[in-house]
Design a protein around this ligand. Structure first.
Ligand code: DGJ
Length: 389
């Protein structure tokens, strides 16, 4: 027993020294990823910000056990200058003990993403919020995106509020042709019945959930990401319409609200886990199918405009049938553009462990471009020199 404790202490100390001294020099996808304290990084469903030479990683702080998928702590932040060695910056946005708060402890707070707004000098965090349910069980019917703002990258972030965007609005851009399909469970006669006495143009083929929420609470916003374009315009991209359709919402100049310009894309494709990046003037999107915490086959898309049409590039995974079926056991969360390297992008995915959420792993893999396609291949270990080839 004593020998075991001695080995554990040595391993822990080695972890501290390693991360603190910048000893990690590679990515080992799917393995424990120690921070500067030797503790496995706790930032799931993460997003990354690069500012003044430092990368910041924001993600869901999970706790032990199945209940650990609820937001018991908040959004955790880490910083790094090389993407291998991460320093714990603490909790950037804390859940509240105030029972009347929308982010009261026990709510669901997922996929936080942070962008910097040069006009205001503020750091703007958006995330997916589900209000705490009365019985304490996960309940995803709130389906809101929520906002928090800070003066410094690692926070503390002040909670602003939550939104169901575009109430009463029709989309202004996007794939009209692609969005001709509707929820299979509702035929035209039912939809016409639901919408009787209203005269919305383009009514047919707009989707029952879309129309319901346009008339009612505003659009659903679950799995989400943020993307800032070269012209500094920012977009919130989220799974909407009961997850059947992605919506792309332009944000206001301060990134803290919606302009009202938005598109519905890949209707009835059932995409979750969107992650967007841009290369050579084209927009690329990774996403997944909807199977809860269980992994499924990744999807990839390309478009000349952020608003679409988004053309499918198929499953980006090249590997064994099992790897293709499960995306190496992972689900996309973000694509990191590597600073200082041309056309270098890292696909980041979560390998969820729903029975012990805190033990979830991270998969970092290089994005390869082959014949206009995006390709992901498994690597037990790799480093950024990959992009110098
Ligand atoms: C899949 C989503 O991508 C996750 O962020 C989370 O919402 C789970 N579903 C919950 O089952």
């Amino acid at each position: 027993m004593e020998k075991f404790i001695a080995i554990a202490v040595m391993a822990f100390a080695a972890g501290i020294l390693s991360a603190a001294a910048g000893e990690f020099k590679s990515f080992k996808p799917g393995q424990i990823m120690p921070d500067n304290n030797g503790v496995h990084i706790n930032a799931h469903g993460g997003g990354f910000l690069h500012k003044d030479g430092v990368y910041y990683w924001f993600g869901e702080h999970k706790t032990e056990g199945a209940g650990g998928n609820l937001a018991n702590v908040g959004v955790h932040c880490y910083s790094s200058t090389d993407l291998y060695n991460w320093k714990d910056e603490g909790i950037a946005l804390a859940v509240s003990d105030d029972e009347s708060s929308e982010i009261v402890k026990g709510c669901i707070l997922e996929r936080p993403k942070v962008i910097y707004n040069a006009k205001t000098g503020k750091y703007v965090m958006w995330f997916h919020l589900e209000f705490r349910s009365a019985d304490g069980k996960p309940n995803y019917t709130t389906a809101r995106c929520a906002l928090a703002v800070a003066d410094k990258p690692a926070g503390p972030y002040a909670y602003v509020g939550s939104f169901r965007p575009q109430k009463g609005r029709m989309p202004t851009d996007g794939e009209v042709a692609d969005c001709a399909s509707i929820d299979k469970s509702f035929d035209d006669a039912q939809i016409d019945k639901v919408l009787a006495n209203n005269n919305y143009k383009m009514l047919k083929g707009r989707g029952f959930a879309f129309v319901r929420d346009m008339r009612g609470k505003g659009q659903m916003a679950r799995d989400m990401t943020l993307f800032v374009d070269d012209d500094a315009k920012a977009y919130l991209i989220c799974s909407s319409e009961e997850n059947a359709t992605l919506q792309i919402h332009e944000l206001t100049d301060d990134y803290q609200n919606f302009t009202g310009r938005f598109a519905r894309v890949r209707c009835s494709d059932w995409n979750e886990a969107p992650a967007v990046f841009k290369k050579g003037g084209k927009y690329y999107l990774f996403a997944s199918f909807c199977t809860g915490w269980a992994p499924n086959s990744a999807r990839s898309y390309v478009s000349d405009s952020i608003y679409g049409p988004w053309k499918s590039l198929g499953n980006p995974v090249e590997g064994t049938p099992e790897q293709m079926r499960t995306t190496f056991g992972g689900q996309s969360t973000y694509v990191i553009p590597v600073a200082g390297k041309k056309d270098a992008f890292i696909f980041v995915a979560d390998s969820w462990r729903p029975k012990n959420a805190i033990d979830g792993r991270y998969i970092f893999l290089p994005v390869e471009f082959e014949d206009g396609r995006l390709v992901l291949r498994w690597r037990d270990e790799w480093d950024l020199s990959f992009f110098d080839k």
